[in-house]
Design a protein around this ligand. Structure first.
Ligand code: E4P
Length: 217
């Protein structure tokens, strides 16, 4: 499973990218607003740092305006994936941009039917939001499973990009189900390293090393 990092914070992307943990980046208008940066400038900086797909989201609602924004975003770099919402206008924009050879990430997906439409419209990525479904006591992981089944049944090449990831467990659950990509905030990716038994075991090893006077350097 590929890891995308879900942030527009340059320092945090760099730290994970230097470790080889970043296969791509996702942003959205809320993350850009949080960064306080200009969308075109910060997106260009991210594209220069990361070799994989970098999702940049349109803010228009009508198809013509969305298409104009998408074409402008696509000019930033070759690794841009234009992010469009899963609306009828977003699907139209997806089809046109995909036909032009631009990667498209269809976002705000909450149902298998929506994912089916995105694949038909030629999406490179479909982003089902599992955390926001879980927040409503619905099963976000079940949606990933359903989309996996449907895409495999018909050989759709659209990549399932599990989004709205809230915990380290979401990451391994998505990998078990067969999501192609999961995008998570940097703190969630880092939390995947944590285990209480690792901490406990390390404390015991350090205590024994101190007692025995073990010195390596
Ligand atoms: C990524 O593409 C999405 O914009 C993001 O994962 C949404 O996450 P949230 O539901 O935690 O805002």
């Amino acid at each position: 499973m590929k890891f995308f990092v879900d942030t527009a914070e340059i320092d945090q992307i760099k730290e994970l990218n230097d470790l080889g943990m970043v296969d791509g980046v996702t942003t959205n208008p809320s993350l850009i607003a949080k960064s306080g940066r200009d969308i075109l400038e910060v997106t260009k900086e991210i594209c220069d740092m990361v070799s994989g797909p970098v999702s940049a989201e349109v803010v228009a609602l009508e198809a013509d305006d969305m298409l104009a924004e998408g074409r402008k975003l696509a000019k930033i770099a070759d690794n841009i994936a234009v992010k469009v919402p899963l609306t009828w206008a977003g699907l139209k924009t997806c089809k046109t941009l995909s036909d032009e050879g631009t990667m498209v990430n269809v976002t705000l997906c909450f149902s298998a039917n929506q994912a089916l439409l995105a694949a038909k419209a030629g999406a490179t990525f479909i982003s089902p939001f599992i955390g926001r479904l879980d927040d409503l006591n619905l099963d976000g992981l079940e949606l990933i499973e359903d989309i996996r089944t449907i895409y495999d049944n018909y050989g759709f090449e659209t990549n399932i990009l599990a989004a709205s990831i809230r915990s380290a467990n979401h990451m391994s659950d998505c990998a078990k189900i067969g999501a192609d990509v999961a995008t998570a905030p940097p703190n969630v990716i880092k939390a995947m390293a944590n285990h209480v038994l690792t901490d406990k075991g390390l404390a015991a090893f350090m205590a024994d090393a101190k007692k025995a006077g073990i010195s390596i350097l």
